[in-house]
Design a protein around this ligand. Sequence first.
Ligand SMILES: Cc1cc2nc3c(=O)[nH]c(=O)nc-3n(C[C@H](O)[C@H](O)[C@H](O)COP(=O)(O)OP(=O)(O)OC[C@H]3O[C@@H](n4cnc5c(N)ncnc54)[C@H](O)[C@@H]3O)c2cc1C
Length: 378
Amino acid sequence: MGTVQVIGAGVAGFSLARHLVRAGYGGQITLYDPQGLPYDRPPLSKSLERVHFAEHGWFQEHGIELVGHAAQLPGIPDSPQDWLVLATGTTPRPLQVPGAEYAQVLHDAADAEALARKLSFGAFGTQVVVIGAGLVGAEFAAAARQLGAMVTLIGNHELPGGAVFGPPMARQLHEEHRTGGIRVITGTVQRITEHAVLVQDEELEADIVVAAIGVEPNTRVARRLGLATDDGILVDRDMRTSAAQVLAVGDAARQHGHRAYRHWERATEDAEIAAATIMGTEPPPRRSAWFWTDRHESHVEVVGDFSRATHTVERHNRQDKIHMSFGLDAAGTLVAAAMADDGTMGEAVRKLIDEGPTPPLSALQDPRISPRDLGQRR
Ligand SMILES: Cc1cc2nc3c(=O)[nH]c(=O)nc-3n(C[C@H](O)[C@H](O)[C@H](O)COP(=O)(O)OP(=O)(O)OC[C@H]3O[C@@H](n4cnc5c(N)ncnc54)[C@H](O)[C@@H]3O)c2cc1C
């Protein structure tokens, strides 16, 4: 019947197992992960909680073996019935400053639970310094502030997230930190001590220091197996690595000729394609990237890729805040959109990006025209 051995049981590894179950896969599925019962990462920086994908009973019911501590990880299969899937995710990029050991990261459930414990005991007045104003740093800063901590957020760019949300939306979101009661500093951290962070020659008192300066793909297992890697485990469109019976999915993988997209939904899409490769069925088509973030009172969704946009067009709400920002490339084609507080628009705008046509600029800016109707405008 064959076997599928999956190294890593984050959203990519777990989704792969679930897709195989749904497709009626008859072989043995084994998930290896030292983290134990699989859980999701996005809640960690928002509510600081561990949210499991499924309970133990689900894995038992479907005959999926969960291995927490493997003496030896499986090697490259030599039968076309057997598959090895690498879903090893990322590791936090290490901070390279004196005293970096005083900073903690927020990457797994134990990190989030440790921070939640520290913040729930007398959080009022706790001094929190967050280094890195990217997605995870910004979300954690907002969560800590909401728990009553005094938060300073340090970014090393004037406009964090400019290439992710487009500059106008990034500016608005970054400004929300200030209105939300967070002190924002632009600069490079010089040193960390047990109770302080030195930045721009200013010493900031700190009870908790969190470093969130990005992640790197976890390619250690792949390299040990001799697979091709370059900013991720290199895969083709079917998620095959340089070894035919080894697939790679999720944040650890990068498709040849494309930049790496390290977001939740991309990882689930990879898993669905990998399941189709294993089952020998037609894979679903790739769609443009989609991710969300929640900070302060804002829920923001982004579709497409703002790094491809040369200019943006905005739509404002009644309070004159940016409600939607559309990114267009040099040819005037819609390549990205960021939407604040409106989960209903993502799908329709994504369809416009994937299939066209690009509506006229006046229609993009007009709040009376719904995204569904935008598709009818030429
Ligand atoms: C705090 C946080 C908040 C996030 N918020 C958002 C968000 O709001 N929106 C969004 O779109 N994305 C968000 N993301 C990104 C999203 O969670 C990732 O893109 C997604 O988890 C990637 O899935 P993955 O399965 O590839 O990797 P992961 O979920 O990281 O899972 C990888 C797993 O592999 C295991 N592993 C690694 N090496 C080995 C080994 N040698 N043996 C066995 N197991 C191994 C690890 O223990 C881990 O459990 C967030 C990420 C973090 C960390």
